[in-house]
Design a protein around this ligand. Sequence first.
Ligand code: FMN
Length: 269
Amino acid sequence: MEDNNLNQNNQINSVGTEEQNSVPSTNQAYVQPTQTNNGNTNSPSKKSGPLVIFGIVLVIAIVLIVTLFFENKNVQGTDSQNLINENTKTIIVYFSKDGENYGKNLNIENKRNLTEGNTKVMAERIKSFIDADLFEIEPKDEYPKDLDELYAVTKTEYNKDIYPDIKKEIENLDEYDVVFIGYPIWHASYPQIIKSFIRDNKDILKNKIVVPFNTHAGSGSAGTYKKLFSLIGLPEEKGLNGLAINGTEVTTSDENIKSWLSSLGYKIK
Ligand SMILES: Cc1cc2nc3c(=O)[nH]c(=O)nc-3n(C[C@H](O)[C@H](O)[C@H](O)COP(=O)(O)O)c2cc1C
């Protein structure tokens, strides 16, 4: 950022130098006025010279001011350190599924039976490091515990773009400045219930800072963050970088989570 300013200052300086250089040549026109064929002094150009130079300097100054204004705006928009401070009100909204789930690499042989969903664990870890409230998105109709059944039901939901009903809507979302949205990767995307949540809260979310996070079994974020921001209709600078953690590593990733939160501008508790 500082480098940018330096360059801008350099530009300003070089314009200033040009301006100074041009003044003596104008004055010269007064000392030796150009002559027309009939010997008369060419007085219109004598008068308009300084005006033209003044006009050029004015245009350059306006261009510089406008450029500096927009660059500054950009920096503030994308720099989350300026957006998040001790007065920021944060909520962590997440969906997670306990019971049978994949382990590493989506291998059914690595099947695990979770007493608490991986994303729920990650959401709770985030909450333990910052001042934030927690809200769990729960489906009205429970998903099957058996992994094969769960896979089949959710695959149909995904293929048919079904929006499952949410058990209880969040009531006070508008009170918050920052909304974390967490989910597991299902079928290389976010679960359809995340789409239900966004559909129901889109008008509020559009005016918030949104931070995505997710757990997975090998796909990382699967390109879901960009998709999420565009689903909300959020300007790019209002969607901050997310964090993806392998589901098998949620209990051993505290340092990773803390440095991510710090990079967003949060003070770690
Ligand atoms: C139906 C289903 C589909 C999944 N699809 C993917 C996938 O495409 N890519 C991936 O990396 N993990 C996939 N996973 C694994 C989960 O993302 C991973 O286990 C996650 O940590 C589970 O989080 P949860 O316990 O909060 O629900 C899938 C899991 C299930 C149950």
